[in-house]
Design a protein around this ligand. Sequence first.
Ligand code: ZN
Ligand code: ZN
Length: 115
Amino acid sequence: MPIRPENKARYPSDWKAISARIRFDRAGGRCECSGECGLDHDGRCDAEHAQAHPRTGSKVVLTTAHLSEPIEDCSDENQRAMCQQCHNRYDAPMRRRGIRERMFSAQISLFVEKP
Ligand SMILES: [Zn+2]
Ligand SMILES: [Zn+2]
């Protein structure tokens, strides 16, 4: 599924590199959520990219969640590497606006490794 043009425009051109740096250099490929999503992980979530999710069992796709608006703010402080379960839960209250949902699925399709 391609990124919708209206969402693509909102990402900075080097966003993929920024996101990779957050997810792999900073987070070490592991979800950085420590309860922001509303789940009690007993510390940091231990979902690791491309591994089976410790709670859901499905393959983890690590994404970057924007902690606050605007989503154009791609500073390190505004981003958190999150597994799809945490990201989904974190964004849920903002779903009404529709934006986050589309960004979320765009990221999932970007980061799923092609076989
Ligand atoms: Zn997580
Ligand atoms: Zn979480």
